[in-house]
Every structure is written in C-alpha cells, then in structure tokens.
Design a binder for this molecule. Structure first.
Ligand code: ADP
Ligand code: MG
Length: 233
C-alpha cells in the first residue's frame, strides 16, 4: 500500500480554449484533485484533450479560465519565471518522443534536469548517475541516445524527470513509441516509482495501460469523467 496524502494539485473549473480561428475548446470546466502519492491514468481518444490537460498540469500552458492550485498556491496567474522554477523543482515530464539531446551522453541529458540549481557540474553528474541507476541504466551513462534502444532512451528521459526529486511525474503516452515487451518494462518502472511515493499522472489512449492506475479518468471532448476512485480518503 502506498500512502496517499494531502492535495498536490487541484484544478477548479479549468477551461482551455485555443484561440483559433476557429476557437477550439480543448478543456471545458475541469475539476480535478490529485493527492500526493496517487497514480492516475487519463484515457481518451485522439484529440480529446489529454495533452492539453497534461500541459496545464505541467505548467506549460495556462488555463484560459478557472484556477490551478499547486500545493495550495494559485499557479495559473503566477509569473512565468516562478512557474518555470516550480516546474523544475516539483514536476517531472516524460513524453512519447523522449526529447533527448542526441549529441549528449545519457548522464549529460539527465544532468540537464538539475541546471536550475546552479550546483557545481561534478555534483550534477553524480546525481545524474544516481538517477540513471534508479532506472537500471548505470552501465549506459556514457552512451548517447543514438547508441541506445527506444526503451533505454525512455529510461534516460525518466531519469531526467526524476533527478530533481519532484513530487509529480507527468507522462504523455510514455510507451507510445515502444514495442509491447519494452512498454511493459517501462510501465513496471513507473509503477515502482509510484510505490516509492511519487504521484503519477499518465496519459494514454490504451485502455490496457489505463488499467495500471489507482484512479482512472476518461476524457471526452475536453470533459473529464472519473471511472474509478480507489484508495482515497
Ligand atoms: P489529445 O492529446 O487527446 O490527442 P490534445 O489535447 O492534443 O488532444 O488536443 C485537444 C484538441 O485541441 C484537439 O481538437 C486539437 O486539435 C486541439 N489543439 C491542440 N493543440 C492546439 C493548438 N496549439 N492550437 C489549436 N488547437 C489545438
Ligand atoms: Mg496527445
């Protein structure tokens, strides 16, 4: 059993309408609370608003209406520099396409997650190696992304997301580019990270993958429906 704690993020009637023309209402009046240590999956068809939701939670986009509270603080209207710093310290992001720098080693790619701290390089490298060890890639620290398999690249991306010890891991279709066996290993790794106390929100269009979550949310045309609510309260 993992411990589910106080509210970590809270969306109150959050709407995001892309300006267009024509305007696209991608999220409509969304309420959502994610607590420390929870594991949510969000399932929905292509174009339903999954990435939009993740980009709001990840402080990449701002709601056009409604409030977003991160650990009780309204971040929807916060200055961009403060949002960037909060994201670097508290949120880890993992995408389908890995987004690694191709000419940098795994260790350097992971150490990028610590640049905001202004630590000496040797400290960053050491913490990067520790994060790589956590995802089972200590032995590949010196390899560049082209020398790594898809699954290994995603592990590097997960290590980069973890290295600053965030409270929230946001994953947008993290297994979308991987074969079934590799995808299974990545899903197990994400489950282990959750077991160790991280809150996880994972976006998927795969119902099987969605089953991994403690809580499952369906999103249809920008409207969220809770499918299950286990282990709350
Ligand atoms: P999903 O991730 O579920 O496939 P998205 O959140 O990416 O869906 O998109 C939700 C809706 O918003 C879709 O109709 C999409 O076409 C639209 N959309 C996404 N990004 C933009 C954008 N930058 N400008 C205009 N419309 C967008
Ligand atoms: Mg998407």
């Amino acid at each position: 059993m993992t411990h589910v704690g106080a509210p970590l993020v809270e969306l109150r009637q959050v709407t995001l309408t892309y300006p267009g023309p024509p305007p696209v209402p991608a999220l409509r009046g969304t309420d959502l609370v994610v607590r420390h240590g929870e594991y949510l999956t969000v399932v929905g068809r292509s174009g339903s608003g999954k990435s939009t939701l993740l980009n709001i939670l990840g402080l990449i986009d701002r709601p056009t209406a409604g409030a977003y509270l991160f650990e009780g603080v309204d971040v929807g209207t916060m200055r961009e520099s403060l949002r960037t710093s909060l994201r670097a310290r508290r949120i880890g992001l993992v995408f389908q396409a890995f987004h690694l720098l191709p000419h940098r080693t795994a260790e350097e790619n992971v150490a990028i997650g610590l640049l905001y701290r202004g630590q000496p390089a040797h400290r960053r490298r050491q913490e990067a190696r520790e994060a790589l060890a956590r995802v089972g890639l200590a032995h590949r620290a010196g390899a560049t992304p082209p020398q790594l398999s898809g699954g290994e690249r995603q592990r590097v991306a997960i290590a980069r997301a973890l290295v600053a010890r965030p409270a929230l891991l946001l994953c947008d279709e993290p297994t979308g580019n991987l074969d079934t066996t590799t995808a299974e290993r990545i899903l197990r790794l994400i489950a282990e990270l959750h077991e160790s106390g991280l809150a996880v929100v994972m976006i998927t269009h795969d119902r099987g993958v969605a089953e991994r979550g403690q809580r499952r949310i369906l999103i249809t045309d920008g409207v969220l429906t809770e499918l299950t609510a286990e282990g709350i309260g």
